[in-house]
Write a protein that binds this ligand. Structure first.
Ligand code: HEC
Length: 157
């Protein structure tokens, strides 16, 4: 339990400016923000994923995801075992949700490159190569069933 709160504090300090326990945003507000994100803010709509779906590319995506994303999104991209996923504002979405899946591949890549400000979603451009980012996009498109990958190791102690 203590470790968890320490980790939470660290995650907050490293850029989760949305790290406050607030009421979830109202429905209208959420819909408006979602519409704006899908139509105006997120660039790169038409770029296609240069990596074809192959077991190897998927595995590479899963691997990269497990290094950089699971602290907030869980092993399965569906928040399994992430203790604060619902307690920050905005909450961490399931990457399997219709809202996230309705982005184009190019938009997902853009989100990974630049992150989403002012929420806690960090950008990875410069940390991860284009290949790694595209393989993560592939992984997001083919997520394993929720809960099937267990809890990230950092939350099991
Ligand atoms: C520090 C916690 C944190 C880390 C690490 C993190 N994310 Fe996120 N992610 C978030 C939060 C918070 C949101 C919600 C952002 C919003 O809705 O404004 C989010 C949203 C997303 C979205 C959906 C964006 C949307 O508009 O709904 C995708 C896709 C995503 N993350 C992928 C990733 C990937 C891939 C990685 C690893 C490269 C990653 N995230 C690392 C916290 C994180």
């Amino acid at each position: 339990m203590r470790r968890r709160s320490v980790l939470f504090a660290v995650v907050c300090a490293t850029g989760l400016s949305g790290c406050k326990a607030t009421q979830p945003p109202g429905k209208l507000e959420t819909e408006t923000v979602n519409y704006a994100k899908h139509h105006f803010f997120i660039g790169n709509r038409s770029e296609k994923n240069p990596l074809p779906y192959t077991p190897q590319n998927w595995q590479d995506g899963k691997e990269a995801f497990s290094h950089y994303c699971i602290a907030c999104h869980g092993m399965d991209g569906q928040n399994t075992g992430v203790p604060f996923a619902d307690h920050i504002s905005p909450p961490i979405p399931s990457l399997a949700s219709a809202e996230v899946q309705s982005y184009t591949d190019g938009q997902l890549k853009w989100i990974l490159d630049y992150g989403i400000r002012p929420s806690g979603m960090p950008g990875s451009s410069g940390t991860l190569s284009d290949d790694e980012l595209w393989s993560i996009v592939l992984y997001i498109r083919h997520l394993p069933p929720a809960g099937s990958q267990g809890v990230p190791e950092m939350y099991t102690h």
